[in-house]
Write a protein that binds this ligand. Structure first.
Ligand code: GDP
Length: 426
């Protein structure tokens, strides 16, 4: 059976933890999109880890971890990450890399930096991991697949062809040093050395695995609202964050994805620019940021403080709908235990009209939150194992959110650890 774990919001919903937890019952875990620009934080028996490229299942010795064709593969980052976890005592994970995955080239990172510099204050808040230049090149058909590392003559010729255009931009737009084809070729030969033992026809591997009835988990990065088609364009990421894209980015039939677990956080946080309707500021935001997640709401990759807000029913309902949610995993609920009252955004007021439908970006920027205030539960819910044991106001909060979302909350996460989870039969 194939399942997907994806985000309903702006990312950082706690997908890493849910994937790590579900990884236990999985044979294969696949990353199908994105790159090393975001990360999952995982707390397990080996310690606390921030993963950027490796699938979250790498901590189990029974799973195969796959980098699918949809990923923006940064080879040195991948192997540094492998080294880091192995150095900290995790057994060497079984890894497969799609021969059709494309590689983040050293110049993608440079172009990302140069473009941010050029845009200065008007930038999109890129993490400068080369992801946007990477996907631009992929779709402009001048990207490099892992498979191309194995045909040196054509590779050389293609590098020379591709950098002609890059060098014109470097010289005339960015006024930066030019690229050298030999240097790039040599770097790619180093990449080849690193990746060669793991390269595989992933879609063929998964086809067999599905026939054998293996459990496969597709692991999404970021969330619905960062999807380039359905998110808050242009403040989005460059590859689709939706479960549907799991079929493409892994190379499996769409109808094989039987369960879509959408992770939804009990309050909101976002990084980067863009409209964020339920955003809060000042001391109220600082306190939630300090108490949030596991050790505060700061980016796993960048360390940047996240923007904070109350739970947004409008954005989350849309986020769940566009994912095709079968199950909602409601996370970091324990963090809200300090509040006497918890505001929730239940509608957007746009030009004097209230709506519950998530609008396109232009309208979103004008939206003001319509808040409803729910009573808090004023206690620590960590360690609770069953739904019935949760305080009444906490259950009411969950049920209110579930009603607003229109999708069943079947998992509730009340702490960062693998076992901090409450299952609910729906
Ligand atoms: P991801 O990108 O969606 O995986 O999100 P992050 O890695 O940014 O996860 C958010 C943070 O919340 C991490 O530090 C997790 O360890 C932490 N976390 C996940 N679930 C819970 C939870 O239920 N309670 C608390 N307190 N922290 C959690």
């Amino acid at each position: 059976m194939v399942r997907a774990v994806v985000g309903a919001n702006w990312g950082d919903e706690g997908k890493g933890k849910i994937t790590d937890m579900l990884g236990k019952e999985s044979d294969i875990i696949v990353r199908f999109q994105g790159g090393a620009n975001a990360g999952h934080t995982i707390v397990n028996d080996y310690g606390k880890f921030a993963l950027h490229t490796l699938p979250s299942g790498v901590f189990y010795d029974h799973t195969t971890s796959i980098i699918g064709n949809g990923v923006a593969l940064n080879i040195p980052v991948l192997f540094n990450e492998v080294k880091e976890i192995v150095d900290r005592g995790v057994p060497m994970p079984k890894i497969l890399v799609s021969d059709r995955a494309q590689m983040v080239m050293p110049y993608h990172i440079l172009f990302d930096e140069y473009e941010e510099e050029r845009l200065a204050g008007k930038s999109f808040g890129s993490t400068k991991s080369g992801i946007a230049p990477f996907y631009s090149d992929k779709y402009a058909k001048i990207g490099f697949q892992v498979s191309e590392l194995f045909d040196e003559a054509s590779l050389k010729e293609k590098i020379e062809r591709v950098i002609v255009q890059k060098n014109i931009l470097l010289e005339h737009l960015y006024h930066k040093p030019l690229l050298n084809a030999d240097e790039i070729f040599n770097t790619l030969m180093e990449y080849k050395e690193m990746v060669a033992p793991y390269v595989c026809d992933v879609s063929a591997f998964l086809y067999e695995a599905i026939k054998e009835g293996k459990n496969i988990l597709l692991e999404g990065q970021l969330g619905s609202l960062k999807d380039p088609d359905h998110g808050i364009y242009p403040m989005v990421t460059s590859s689709s964050t939706l479960a549907a894209y799991g079929a493409i980015g892994a190379g499996i039939p769409p109808y094989e994805i039987k369960q879509i677990i959408t992770v939804c956080k009990a309050y909101s946080s976002a990084v980067g620019a863009g409209a964020f309707v339920s955003e809060i500021f000042g001391e109220e935001a600082d306190e939630l940021r300090r108490r949030g997640g596991d050790g505060g709401e700061y980016g796993a990759t960048t360390g940047r403080p996240r923007r904070m807000g109350w739970f947004d029913c409008v954005a989350s309902r849309y986020g769940c709908r566009i994912q095709g949610t079968t199950d909602v995993a409601f996370t970091v609920l324990d963090v809200l235990g300090y509040l006497d009252e918890i505001p929730v955004c239940v509608g957007y007021e746009i030009d004097g009209e209230v709506t519950k439908e998530f609008p396109t970006t232009g309208k979103l920027e004008k939206a003001k939150p319509v808040l409803e205030v729910l009573p808090g539960w004023n206690c620590d819910i960590r360690g609770i194992k069953t739904y019935e044991e949760l305080p009444e106001n906490c259950r009411k909060y969950i049920e209110f959110v579930e009603e607003q979302l229109g999708f069943p909350i079947t998992m509730i996460s009340n702490g960062p650890g693998r076992n901090d989870i409450i299952y609910r039969n729906k």
